[in-house]
Design a protein around this ligand. Sequence first.
Ligand SMILES: [Zn+2]
Length: 279
Amino acid sequence: MLHEIAPHQYHLEYSTRQPGKGDILLICRKGTVLCRAGQEEIEYPTADQIKVTGGQYLFSIDDQAFFLPRGLEEPIPEGWKLRSIQTFRTANPKHLAYAGWLGSRLAQFYAEHRYCGRCGAAAVPSTTERAVVCPSCKAVYYPQISPSVIVALVDGDRILLTKYQASHSTYRNYALIAGYNETGETLEETVRREVAEEVGLQVEKITYYKSQPWPLSGALLAGFFCRLKGSDSITLETQELSEARWVSREELEPRPDSPSLTGEMIEQFRLGLDPLSQS
Ligand SMILES: [Zn+2]
């Protein structure tokens, strides 16, 4: 999956250090990040290659630090270009692709919290944690992380695959039922509600599989396998989905090394390695 960058290691401890020689600058503009132009492999500029007056420390991978720069001179220097983070899903090296996703999300957080939502004063980055604070009313704002579920609904040798309406998502391949957790709901209740809402089915044996951070949307995905309970007759919710159908194990295409939890869960089912097949 995309966030699995071993043998590289993340360090998310907060720091107020400033960018120096060799540190990477993630220059993020509306879903794009500045990369070396004319090059398939991702390469970001460092603080010795592009002049900035300071920056916000983000995280490190191994001993390489990443910053959001401040005081960047326009226009963008020659030899570099803004690249869409949508292309990072399958880009290499993988750990730099994931760093770009994370940086882009954090850049959005800082951009959207320049003012206090409570009193309207200018807000500033915290000196002690990943947060923005209001010097006037002392309100504290953290990056928003939205819990959501991915549901592999299984009936014997079949799994339920869905497709999104073009108006709802840019993702065109088959997917699994998914949805955001609502206030006051457990994740298991989200699983039951989303399945009932999207395809009109009942479930049992809800079994947790794995989680995946998904910085593109700020979601924290929790993957669950569950079994069909009762009727298999689908009532499609057509606002969100264009299709839902039962697919047998034999019909599934192999999906090795999937960047997404959805892809890995479908592959685990295909191989008979999912927690319900194993139990
Ligand atoms: Zn305030």
